[in-house]
Design a protein around this ligand. Structure first.
Ligand code: PCA
Length: 228
């Protein structure tokens, strides 16, 4: 039986190391950060942390299985974004795979849809502005990002939002549970490359972001846009 909503866990995922930075250090900061919160109770909900393979298709299938298994109240997937200097709250997932490098199984899709016939894009259903402000308020760098790229992170983000959108369709006659979902990119850890952010800052930022997602029903309206 599915757990009651009030006790449903928070599902957080990170990715396996990939690419040059991953091969050199054997680390993906997204997994390090979510692993640190495994078992912690935030706003009355226990965190379940899981590592996804950095592989098109396989990662999204694994995520869908985890959602079915845990029936979470909230799902946030995280990934590494080398070159960024702040915790990035992603606004939108696009229906395109366009890989600039092979994934961990050597796949390199170019200009193919994530879901054939799916909508062009899905917006995050997280209160990203409130989350950004809450992270900044504890002194950790945070920003709104207008693109999660077109690699495995965007792929998983899109499949997450697609799955949650499908779940909303009434199939049982029961009122559908509104499960929020979204994606956060994190910078390199020290030693992986520059710019970087200490793990402790990432974990503190993530903790407050998750708490804000659980406690904020209506996002705030303050600009998160770039000027170009
Ligand atoms: N970052 C990659 C995939 C896995 C990860 O951690 C991305 O941004 O697509």
């Amino acid at each position: 039986m599915a757990p009651r909503r009030s006790t449903a866990p928070i599902l957080l995922t990170g990715f396996a190391p990939f690419g040059e930075a991953g091969q050199i250090t054997g680390i993906n900061p997204s997994w390090q950060a979510v692993r640190a919160l495994q078992g912690e109770v935030i706003e009355g909900h226990a965190v379940v942390a899981a590592e996804l393979p950095t592989v098109f298709g396989v990662a999204a299938d694994a995520l869908q299985r985890l959602i079915g298994q845990h029936q979470p109240a909230l799902v946030i997937c995280l990934g590494q974004a080398g070159g960024r200097k702040a915790i990035s709250l992603e606004r939108v997932a696009v229906n395109i795979d366009d890989a600039s490098q092979p994934d961990n199984q050597g796949q390199q899709p170019i200009d193919s849809p994530v879901v054939v016939g799916g909508p062009a894009a899905y917006f995050s259903t997280l209160p990203i502005k409130a989350m950004r402000d809450a992270i900044q308020a504890i002194g950790v760098a945070a920003e709104i990002s207008q693109t999660a790229g077109t690699y495995v992170c965007n792929h998983v983000f899109y499949r997450l939002m697609h799955a949650l959108a499908q779940d909303k369709k009434p199939m049982t006659g029961q009122p559908p549970a509104e499960v929020r979902g979204g994606f956060i990119h994190v910078p390199y850890l020290p030693g992986q490359g520059m710019p970087c952010m200490p793990l402790d800052d990432m974990v503190r930022g993530l903790r407050v972001a998750v708490a804000t997602a659980m406690s904020t029903s209506q996002d705030i309206r303050r600009s998160g846009g770039a000027t170009h």
